[in-house]
Design a protein around this ligand. Structure first.
Ligand code: AMP
Length: 653
């Protein structure tokens, strides 16, 4: 049965989170491994199988070229826009300079929305396991500073994953919703969001159910990944100075280095010095080499000072824009910190310096965005009433006019949804048509901004220049997605585009990918089921063997032989991938061990009549918590087992 719930998804650069509102509470749903954060990592295995989340992250060191992380940095981007991010990742980025990038994994090209869809599919499944019903709708968050193409790409990812993205909502706005849902008094808040791949700042007026975004700014090329890179370079440079070996040339060493650098960075948020210890990191003719070094918080701050400083400009511009809109005396009452990277003390110090106050510590920086998205889902579903969300468009939108100059129709920080029209004319006599070149950005010349799309309005009747009247209208919907329309007022001829092509995917392509994802969903389900059955069979064998060792001597020889044969069969079955055979063999062993179970039962209850112990009581039928094998997926979490978080989301530290 399909649920009428609208889940909230924070599709993060590093981690993703899914939440749902039930009754008055928002639950952040734990995934199959029991974690509330799912790494936004996807890997393609040798047989083409798709691994997502922790399982994918775990094998990144040995399969780095086929493991895709930080895909959010490539969403809706052309190749010439991602030179910096391309250097940060070990996987192959393909496509001409002006084309939208694709990722090549094991010889197959994937668009960033396709990769993101694999993460979304996983989160969808997590929510379905928890709710016990199919989920069809989601609110998905994006950085406020995402442009039109990046938003559209995110929506496409949802469709590919089989989700209707009922709303794209800005991450800081979602955080503000989670923070301020039950706040009665009016407050002006700043949401400072420094995540793995993007930095966002938004200023909002919040109170009595109204969430009014005053201004927003940010940098979609700045995040925790960049800090990791600095630490990695420092370690690699130091190691090269000592040994002459450049670890960056060895993919496996590089991946270990990356993980160690991030770990050290995180540790240095709470301690002043940490040890790096990477034994057998590489080898030369003299034998294996180990990497051990100390790194201090002061060193980390020195290495990353300029990166952290890059957050200052957007904050000041955002404050300036807010004051321009609301008056020079406008000031913020509270700063909310969001994103994993804000735990770094130097970042907190920067926030304090810019806003002149200690930031608010009451929200969980990793989960608040998903919680806000779930609240927005409940608002759309009308489970929560009397909420008014007034968001803004982060970047100015306009058209190219004569001489390559941009004429802005919708300035940045305009409240959305919005509609603007303007009348233009021709530049030469008898001009048969006009090209509408739609642009997004803050620079005066069109070449310095991002082209969202172009279209032609043709068939204008011959007329002297300046005579035709061409009305251009821009509509931005609640998702921040633009629809452009042009009309020749003389003839009534019209032409319009939804700036869809900006994500690079036509509807057909999106639907094709959706079908592909669906077909993989079946295969993934089979894989998961196989892994579960394997694990169960494995622990069944383990438990029966253990019991046999302890009590087997009391069994008759034929009974014992029967059990041993059944164990052998299951072990043989486990060598292959035949699910039915594993199931059959498990059943046979369960049956064979019945005698053993019965004997133990009788021993425990001397004098008592041995009841017909059902096969489910055979030793090992309920597998114990064995070691987590890679890919192990415990059964779905029951409803009510997920952690419950208050809607106002106050977490006391
Ligand atoms: P997000 O995109 O919000 O999940 O943020 C992920 C980023 O936060 C990654 O770059 C992490 O390395 C970083 N991060 C997580 N925990 C910490 C910590 N304790 N100190 C510093 N950075 C952290």
């Amino acid at each position: 049965m399909a649920s009428n719930k609208i889940i909230g998804i924070d599709l993060g650069t590093t981690n993703s989170v899914v939440a749902v509102r039930e009754g008055d509470k928002v639950t952040v749903i734990a995934n199959a491994q029991g974690n509330r954060l799912t790494p936004s990592v996807v890997a393609i295995g040798e047989k083409g199988e798709r691994l997502v989340g922790q399982v994918a992250k775990r094998q990144a060191i040995t399969n780095s070229k086929n493991t895709v992380y930080s895909i959010k940095r490539f969403m809706g981007r052309r190749h010439n826009e991602v030179a910096a991010e391309e250097k940060l990742v070990p996987y192959e980025i393909v496509g001409g300079p002006d084309e939208l990038v694709k990722v090549r994994v094991r010889g197959k090209d994937y668009t960033p929305p396709e990769i993101s869809a694999m993460v979304l599919q996983d989160l969808k499944r997590t929510a379905e396991n928890y709710l016990g019903e199919e989920v069809k709708k989601a609110v998905v968050t994006v950085p406020a500073y995402f442009n039109d193409a990046q938003r559209q790409a995110t929506k496409d990812a949802g469709v590919i994953a089989g989700l209707e993205v009922v709303r794209i909502i800005n991450e800081p706005t979602a955080s503000a919703l989670a923070y301020g849902l039950d706040k009665k008094k009016n407050e002006k808040i700043a949401v400072f969001d420094f995540g793995g791949g993007t930095f966002d700042i938004s200023i909002l007026d919040v109170g009595e159910g109204v969430f009014d975004v005053v201004a927003t700014n940010g940098d979609t090329h700045l995040g925790g990944d960049d800090l990791d890179q600095r630490v990695m370079d420092f370690i690699a440079d130091t190691f090269r100075a000592d040994t002459g070996i450049d670890l960056r040339k060895d993919q496996m060493a590089l991946q270990r280095l990356k993980e160690a650098a991030e770990k050290a960075k995180c540790e240095l948020s709470t301690v002043l010095e940490t040890d790096l210890n990477l034994p057998f990191i590489t080898a030369d003719s003299s034998g294996p080499k180990h990497l051990t070094m100390k790194i201090t918080r002061a060193k980390l701050e020195e290495l990353t000072r300029d990166l952290i400083g890059r957050a200052r400009g957007p904050c000041l511009r955002c404050l300036e824009d807010a004051r321009r809109k609301r008056g020079a005396a406008f000031n913020v009452d509270e700063v909310i910190l969001v994103g994993g990277q804000i735990r770094m003390p130097a970042i907190e110090a920067l926030v304090k310096e810019i806003f002149g106050r200690d930031p608010h510590k009451g929200v969980n920086p990793d989960e608040v965005v998903a919680v806000g998205a779930a609240i927005q889902g409940a608002v759309i579903n009308q489970e929560i009433k009397d909420i008014l969300l007034l968001d803004v468009t982060p970047l100015s939108l306009g058209v190219e006019t004569l001489g390559g100059v941009v004429d802005i129709l919708i300035p940045r920080n305009t409240t959305i949804p919005t509609h603007k029209t303007k009348v233009y004319t021709t530049a030469s006599d008898s001009q048969p048509g006009v090209e509408i070149h739609v642009l997004q950005g803050e620079r005066p010349m069109s070449r310095d901004n991002r082209t969202l799309g172009r279209f032609e309005l043709t068939g204008l009747p011959p007329a002297p220049r300046g005579m035709p009247q061409i009305e251009v209208s821009f509509d931005i919907d609640a998702n921040g997605i633009l629809n452009v329309h042009a009309k020749d007022l003389g003839t009534g001829k019209e032409q319009s585009i939804i700036i869809k092509s900006s994500s690079g995917l036509s509807d057909d392509e999106v639907h094709k990918m959706q079908r592909e994802a669906e077909s993989h969903a079946e295969e993934d389900k089979r894989q998961r089921s196989l892994i579960e059955k394997r694990n169960q069979a494995d622990s069944l064998v383990y438990n029966v063997q253990r019991t046999l060792k302890e009590h087997g001597s009391k069994l008759s020889e034929p009974d014992r032989a029967k059990i041993e044969a059944a164990i052998k069969e299951i072990q043989e079955a486990l060598k292959g991938d035949d699910l039915a055979r594993i199931e059959r063999a498990s059943e046979t062993l369960t049956q064979a061990s019945y005698t053993l179970a019965q004997m133990l039962y009788q021993q425990k209850q001397p004098g008592a009549e041995a009841g017909p112990a059902g096969p489910q009581e055979a030793p090992g039928a309920a597998p114990g918590p064995g070691p987590q094998a890679p890919g192990e997926t415990p059964g779905p979490k029951g409803k009510g087992e997920g952690d419950v978080i208050d809607a106002d989301y106050e977490v006391k530290e």
